[in-house]
Structures are given as structure tokens and as C-alpha cells.
Design a protein around this ligand. Structure first.
Ligand code: MRU
Length: 349
């Protein structure tokens, strides 16, 4: 994996397939440095997902698809190597279902191409990975169109974590809805939770919305209740990492608290996500695996200790918001409302 610093850059691609390899913006270095890393092997891609160089459910899915394609390009015995390539990528992070969805999709292409020669199989896998990326941008634009009407004009939208262009191949899911509402001419501004401990809100959402010229105010996570009670927040829009058949939503830790506070204050709570984030094999959110991350993310900020050495730490990266707090789920195929058990299945057909 190699890293390149770019000093000025107008439009940022989260991830791209290039002749040199898979190029990603390094999200661990934002907002201080705009750096791009080139992944030359599928192991590089797996490491990039694990270390959060790329993160956000749809972006992880695109990266995994490109990782499989990269693995195939360097293999002379696909039948022997494909299981290891897929397994290595699948083991990187457990919660975002888009990772497994993308690997399954690539495995399907491989199975359907087995009768071809190896050069043709590789070409098909590379094409498919690029298609996953292109489709993701189109899907996010459709999510934006479907959600923009729900955003009240003249009010503030609250969001948590980063469900923006950086969390996807482009445009974003929750931030896609905000961008589409702005494009419609709605006068809105955004409150972005900083999103401890990894600070996706402060480092990434604030960065990308500021670049877009969208009026954005950064708040710490514990300020959300104060502003939800104040009457200025018109709605909450967040993304999702996995949505169970009953509409329970796993998203960045802290989302559940925001959802409860939104309901308490009669503020609509919307989840924006592609159909590939639905996991209809799970009856409820209780079955969603929750990633536990390194204790140092909690005890340290940018390498500086903020807690006593040896303190016990819990660091679940996600929480599950029960469906009763979710006003609607905005997808590229339309908007689902309760009863989710019926309406998500209908959208997924
Ligand atoms: O740990 P992360 O940064 O991968 O978590 C990201 C989130 O929780 C996002 O809100 C979610 O993936 C939706 S992104 C469109």
C-alpha cells in the first residue's frame, strides 16, 4: 500500500479503480491532510477497511468488491484462491452488511463465469466491481430524491456520524438527502454530532459539508438533546450499517440516544440507506453483530491520553435503534414506514 499527499483537490473521490490499483482517500488523516492510498493487493484493501482508511457501510461494500477483483487479477488459480480472498475481506469488520452483500455479489459473478478462461473471468470481476461503485452513486442520488421532500424547509437537520460522500462511492445517503433538499432550494442548515470516539462527524461530515458550502454547525454528542428540545431541529437523518427485517437499525454508536430524544421531542427520525443495507435474514436488531473496537479509541484522542492508564474501557462501534423510534426508512426504491416487517420486504422484491 502506498500513500500520496495531495495539497489541493477540488472534487474528492472516496474510492476509484485505477490501472495502479484501488485508490482511496485516507479517512484517518482527514481533515488535516488530504492523502490518497493505493491498494495494490486484496490484502491491502482488507487492511484499509480494518484500519478505517475507508469506512461507512456502502463504501466498505465497494472496497470489498474491488478487493475481490484485485485478488482475482493477481491469482493464477482462482478456484483455489477465491475462498481465501473472500474470507480475508469478510473478516475485516462485522457489522455493516454491505461488506458481505458485495462479496456475495462478486462470488456470484465468479460462479457464473467459471466456464470462461481466466482472463475473461478477471475482466468480468473488474467490470462488476466498477459497476458496484457506479451503481452506489446512482442509488444515493435516488435516496436523495426520495428523501428531500421529507426535510422541512427553513429548519435545521441533525445528523450523527458520517453518512456522506465519504461513507459511500459518492453523494452519500443521509447527506445525500440533505444535498438533494438543498438542490431543491430548501433553506436548511445542518447540525453535525461530533461522534465520539472516532469523530466521524467532526472530522468527516463537517469537512465534506463545509466544502459543499452547506451551512453546518458542529456540536458534541451530548448537546443533541438540548437542541432537539429547542424546536429548531426539523428532522434527524442518519445512515445505517444493517437494518433487520423488523426495521431495527444498527448505526454508529450514539444513534439510539438521538432517536429516543427525537421521539421525546416529536422530531421525525429518518434513516437513509440502500436496499443492500437490509438484512432480511435477521428477525430483529438483537441479532446484529456489534463490532467492539480498540480501547485506545476511547482512552486517547489523536495519540494523547485523556483517561488514566489501566482504566477498564468498553468501545462498541454501533448500537441498535428499535424500529418504534424510526419515523421512516428512505431507500432508492422508495420510503418505508411501519409496519417495517411488511414494507421493507415489499421494497426489497
Ligand atoms: O465505523 P464507521 O465509520 O464505518 O461507521 C459508519 C456509520 O455508522 C454510518 O452511519 C453508516 O455506515 C452509514 S454510511 C452511509
Amino acid at each position: 500500500m502506498t500513500s500520496t499527499a495531495v495539497l489541493t483537490q477540488n472534487s474528492v473521490d472516496t474510492i476509484a479503480w485505477t490501472p495502479e490499483g484501488v485508490v482511496m482517500i485516507d479517512q484517518t488523516r482527514l481533515p488535516n491532510e488530504t492523502n490518497f492510498v493505493t491498494c495494490r493487493t486484496y490484502v491491502d484493501v482488507a487492511n484499509a477497511i480494518r484500519t478505517m482508511i475507508i469506512r461507512g457501510a456502502p463504501a466498505i461494500g465497494v472496497a470489498a468488491a474491488m478487493g475481490v477483483a484485485l485478488g482475482a487479477l493477481h491469482s493464477n488459480n482462482l478456484e483455489a484462491d477465491m475462498p481465501l480472498i473472500c474470507e480475508t475481506l469478510a473478516k475485516t469488520r462485522p457489522t455493516a452488511v454491505n461488506l458481505f452483500w458485495a462479496i456475495d455479489r462478486m462470488r456470484g459473478i465468479y460462479t457464473a463465469s467459471k466456464h470462461l478462461d481466466i482472463a475473461q473471468i478477471r475482466a468480468r470481476l473488474v467490470e462488476e466491481a466498477q459497476r458496484v461503485r457506479e451503481e452506489d452513486i446512482a442509488i444515493n442520488e435516488a435516496i436523495g430524491r426520495n428523501g428531500a421532500d421529507l426535510v422541512p424547509d427553513g429548519k435545521t437537520v441533525l445528523t450523527h456520524c458520517n453518512a456522506g460522500a465519504l461513507a459511500t462511492a459518492g453523494f452519500g445517503t443521509a447527506l445525500g438527502v440533505i444535498r438533494a433538499a438543498v438542490r431543491m432550494g430548501k433553506k436548511i442548515d445542518v447540525f453535525a454530532d461530533e461522534t465520539r470516539p472516532f469523530l466521524q462527524g467532526a472530522r468527516l461530515t463537517a469537512w465534506e459539508l463545509q466544502r459543499d458550502g452547506i451551512d453546518t454547525t458542529l456540536i458534541t454528542d451530548n448537546m443533541a438533546g438540548h437542541f432537539l428540545k429547542s424546536g429548531r431541529i426539523g428532522c434527524v437523518v442518519v445512515g445505517a450499517d444493517r437494518i433487520a427485517a423488523n426495521g431495527d437499525v444498527a448505526n454508529k454508536v450514539g444513534t439510539y440516544g438521538v432517536a429516543v430524544l427525537a421521539k421525546e421531542n416529536n422530531v421525525p427520525f429518518y434513516v437513509a440507506a440502500p436496499i443492500s443495507t437490509l438484512d432480511l435474514t435477521l428477525e430483529s436488531g438483537d441479532q446484529i453483530p456489534i463490532e467492539e473496537r480498540d480501547r485506545k479509541e476511547v482512552t486517547h484522542i489523536r495519540g494523547v491520553a485523556v483517561a488514566p492508564e489501566g482504566i477498564k474501557v468498553a468501545n462498541p462501534a454501533f448500537d441498535v435503534t428499535p424500529n418504534r423510534y424510526v419515523t421512516a426508512i428512505i431507500t432508492e426504491r422508495g420510503v418505508a414506514r411501519a409496519p417495517y416487517i411488511d414494507n421493507l420486504r415489499l421494497l426489497s422484491l
